[in-house]
Write a protein of this length. Structure first.
Lengths: 279, 257
């Protein structure tokens, strides 16, 4: 007969305990968001501003050309909405970790039994909630302001979104690794790195439009293939699974590299005693 | 008696300075031990190695028989840590903050442990206060409550009463002594208040230039060094530490706390 666990004593090791820890971390970041209203801008105002800006740009470009305007709106609005999946997932995990450094909570966490994977899982879990809010508002904004309904693209968007989510998390692990290694000064990378990835990924245009010198970098990014697949769907074509496959494989490789880098930097962090920077 | 902490041959070098140079520490269940020494002696570095926040260059740490290296999470289940210099997350209320750490220690419903901890240190009234609304003394008390929510077998405190007024410091000491008596918790504490150490601890380890130079009861150590009390021993070692230091400037203390 299965005995009920006394909730006032620690759970035995296992999935339930890991889940409890992840939930605790998620809730901690929910408090931070709710009690720092300016941070709500990240998931409300800025995404809507992006929709307004790119939607208006599409309207302007399409003036006097109905079919071209519709295509431009599709590229720009679908592009920016899906870009926010990469952006929000990356920024949620990166700034979640940075929050621990800002509040000097890092040592408090490091001496508890929480595993690194549980911590990242907890931050990513809360990041998903932010992502749903941010992207949800963008979808509503796109529809209300520009009559653009991204759900009309169908389920083809789902695997593309999944790949982009993975890329966002992978970049965040890399950013955390850099901050562990180089200290708080490196935190500008959390925001800055996305402004490098955005133009190189061909979010709004085929990468043929990029200068030839930077195209090799674009070809190496998994996001490039994900957005190429998206443009095909916007054009009314069937989902190009070869693009999705390359993007997924690239995202997986990127994730493994980022994870390896993070683990290496964490070892270095402990070896060199960098935790004293935050105590 | 069970050994709750066994640290053997701990060595840590930072750039050109050796912070910890072959430290051995053993703490038995229920034992109350002070780790003393002048600034730069290697106390905090030793504690952080015991806690797994810094990895030693050489040596090993076992908590309740669990090797720290490779089993950090499991070893950490039996330890609690608080320090006067660690802040609370500002946006959270005390109850929320403690709930988070209770859950991280695997307790599905930590409310009972939180209520007991707040009552033990007589700070129940702070339950709904935010971290930013607390004084440094109150933050220290909340930090200690956080450290004991899961009834650790080893409680590690780094300067727990630094910058506290005598009343709050007294409350911290009596709360810790009660806790150790009630739960059989072992204590490893650093402090610069020698009187406090004599009241709180039955055994003292003196560190100087990263090495253990004395280990015993406070009165024994004072006698061995030909001083009246621990303060006399401390001042003697601090003077020696300074004279033998190769880098007595900030260069020396960059990474040695």
């Amino acid at each position: 007969m299965k005995t009920q666990h006394d909730p006032t004593t620690p759970l035995p090791p296992g999935a339930a305990r890991s889940w409890l820890r992840m939930r605790a971390v998620s809730r901690r970041h929910a408090y931070v968001l709710v009690r720092s209203p300016h941070r709500l801008f990240d998931v409300t105002l800025w995404p809507l501003v992006d929709v307004l800006m790119f939607g208006s740009l599409a309207s302007f470009v399409g003036t006097g050309n109905a079919s071209g305007g519709k295509q431009a709106a599709g590229y720009l609005l679908a592009g920016i909405i899906l870009w926010h999946i990469v952006y929000q997932s990356q920024i949620a995990v990166s700034t979640g970790f940075l929050e621990e450094t800002w509040s000097r909570n890092l040592l408090n966490l490091m001496i508890t039994p929480i595993r690194e994977i549980e911590y990242v899982g907890g931050v990513a879990l809360f990041g998903m909630a932010k992502l749903v809010i941010g992207v949800g508002l963008m979808m509503i904004g796109g529809f209300v302001f520009f009559s653009f309904n991204i759900t009309s693209l169908g389920f083809a968007v789902v695997p593309i979104a999944a790949v982009l989510l993975l890329v966002g998390w992978a970049i965040s692990l890399f950013v955390i690794g850099v901050v562990l290694r180089y200290g708080p000064g490196a935190e500008a990378l959390a925001w800055g790195v996305m402004f490098v990835v955005l133009p190189l990924s061909g979010v709004f245009y085929p990468i043929d439009a990029l200068p030839a010198a930077v195209r090799p970098i674009a070809f190496a990014l998994p996001t490039t293939y994900a957005f190429a697949a998206l443009r095909g769907v916007v054009d009314g074509e069937a989902l190009d699974w070869s693009y999705v496959g390359i993007a997924a494989g690239g995202a997986l490789v990127l994730s493994l590299l980022a994870f390896w880098y993070l683990v290496s930097m964490l070892k270095l962090f402990r070896r060199r005693g960098y935790v004293t920077r935050y105590a | 008696m069970d050994t709750v902490l066994s640290a053997r041959g701990l060595v840590k070098e930072f750039k050109r300075a050796i912070a910890v140079d072959g430290v051995d520490i053993e703490v038995k269940a229920g034992e109350r031990v002070a780790l003393l020494g002048p600034n730069g002696a290697g106390k905090t570095t030793t504690l952080l190695m015991i806690l797994g926040a810094i990895s030693p260059d050489k040596g090993e740490v076992e908590i309740c028989g669990v090797a720290q290296q490779g089993n950090r999470s499991k070893a950490a289940e039996n330890v609690g840590f608080a320090a006067g210099y660690l802040p609370l997350a500002g946006e959270m209320k005390v109850r929320e903050y403690l709930t988070m750490f209770g859950e991280i220690y695997g307790i599905p419903d930590p409310s009972k442990a939180i209520a007991e901890g707040l009552e033990r240190f007589r700070i129940q009234h702070l339950s709904e206060a935010k971290g930013t609304q607390l004084s440094s003394g109150q933050r220290t008390l909340v930090g200690i409550v956080r450290a004991v929510l899961h009834k650790p077998r080893l409680l590690v405190l780094d300067e727990p009463t630094a910058s506290l007024d005598p009343d709050v410091a007294g409350r911290v000491r009596s709360g810790i002594l009660d806790l150790c008596a009630d739960n059989g918790t072992a204590l490893l504490v650093t402090s610069h208040d020698m009187l406090e150490v004599e009241r709180l601890c039955e055994r003292v380890l003196f560190l100087s230039a990263g090495r253990v130079v004395a280990d015993g009861a406070p009165s024994e150590i004072a006698e061995r060094f030909g001083r009246e009390d621990l303060e006399g021993v401390f001042l003697h070692l601090a003077d020696e530490n300074y004279q033998h230091s190769d880098f007595p400037t900030s260069q020396h203390t960059d990474h040695i706390l």
